[in-house]
Design a binder for this molecule. Sequence first.
Ligand SMILES: Cc1cc2nc3c(=O)[nH]c(=O)nc-3n(C[C@H](O)[C@H](O)[C@H](O)COP(=O)(O)OP(=O)(O)OC[C@H]3O[C@@H](n4cnc5c(N)ncnc54)[C@H](O)[C@@H]3O)c2cc1C
Length: 446
Amino acid sequence: MSQSHPFEKIHDLIGVGFGPSNLALAIALEELAETNGHALDALFIDKQSDYRWHGNTLATQSELQISFLKDLVSLRNPTSPYSFVNYLHQKQRLVDFINLGTFYPCRLEYNDYLKWAADHFASQAVYGEEVLRIEPVMDNGQVDHLRLISRDANGHEHSRGARSVVIGSGGTPKIPEVFKALRDDARVFHHSRYLSSLGQLPCAQGKPMRIAIIGSGQSAAEAFIDLNDSYPSVKVEMILRGSALKPADDSPFVNEVFAPDYTDLVFNQPTNERAKLIEEYHNTNYSVVDIDLIERIYGILYRQKVAHQFRHAVLCRRQVEAVVSNAEGIELTLRDLATQQAQTHRYDAVILATGYERRSHQTLLAPLAEHLQAFAVNRDYQCLTNHGFKAAVYLQGFCEASHGLSDTLLSVLPIRAREIGESLYQTLGKTATRPLNNAHTVKAIA
Ligand SMILES: Cc1cc2nc3c(=O)[nH]c(=O)nc-3n(C[C@H](O)[C@H](O)[C@H](O)COP(=O)(O)OP(=O)(O)OC[C@H]3O[C@@H](n4cnc5c(N)ncnc54)[C@H](O)[C@@H]3O)c2cc1C
């Protein structure tokens, strides 16, 4: 528990992470500053050294899995200067993009769009600092405000005060138990480190390698295609527990679960009904692959059969039971779930395309736990708190169980940002200290 530091600046808001969620919030706050006649003093801290959206996974072939019309702003304000269309216009690619005839830009381009938008908020962003924890600052037995402790790349700790925080720190790579002992082995890595880790391996110099990809989702499929296309010296085995690679359901009626209105529908259900709705549409997002990628992988395997040259394989119904690392490589014991027979396969590297967990908010907020109601949130994504808590804590991307499947995705960013922004104005407005003439206006974008 912290005591108040007499000269510490207290921000209205500190956002933890400056990914698409908090970037969308920064834009919504700029709009709300206009409407409310004053701006909140908001700062966003990101541990990356510069703006990047899943930068280590940006293989050339990977595409956005959502329409570009669901950008940072358009669902709320199609006339916003921060739209993807305006980005294209500013970059003089609008006509060319139209000629592509697609709703799904490549992720490299979407990353560039997000960076372009983030650059307009450079004065509100701190890069290269990891927020370690968020502590209560007590006054007269009440939580008066919050203190964020962060660490920069040189190991120096920084402390900042805030009346509210919005946690948008995203997912954390999920490492299956059986691989945990190999955390320090550079030959075994999570897909979130795909480009940098692969760049250190001999295949980056064109040397032959056998690589296993563990997983059956979009990331596993993207890695398969990238290794096939960009690393001719690599043989890949994709290993999955399921009996087949399955397509993501993005058909139009099902896609309505990602509509902003659907958030109300989910939130208004009792807990067990919410869970059923999320389970029913699990195959829109988890352990599924875009159909065009599935068809490409199938085509590659079929052409191998025609040529009698078997470079890659997809091993379905396989459970990884044991992992041994030695000088010769990484040995995986795979149990065939149909026959129950176990076989050992040796690889030169293993890519864990095993998904992400959403728990970093619990670590960051651990010092506040006794004041929070088990991280439960209200409709405005604000954590429910005990009596005597004057600060406010919001979560972006950690509310799937209460707000539905769109919560971890890009689908409702503009609407959620407005909801959180309005709630912040309401909550902080009661004790607002900033003069009205501090309002900043929406900047002209060039
Ligand atoms: C490879 C990949 C592709 C995806 N593609 C799509 C897609 O096409 N469509 C879609 O809808 N969704 C997609 N998603 C889902 C993804 O969650 C969202 O696209 C989006 O990134 C969510 O934004 P966010 O800001 O909540 O989280 P993130 O984008 O994960 O951003 C979190 C930010 O917080 C920072 N951070 C984390 N911890 C700390 C800390 N302690 N201190 C300071 N900074 C911190 C990180 O550096 C990061 O910049 C994809 C996810 C992945 C992994």
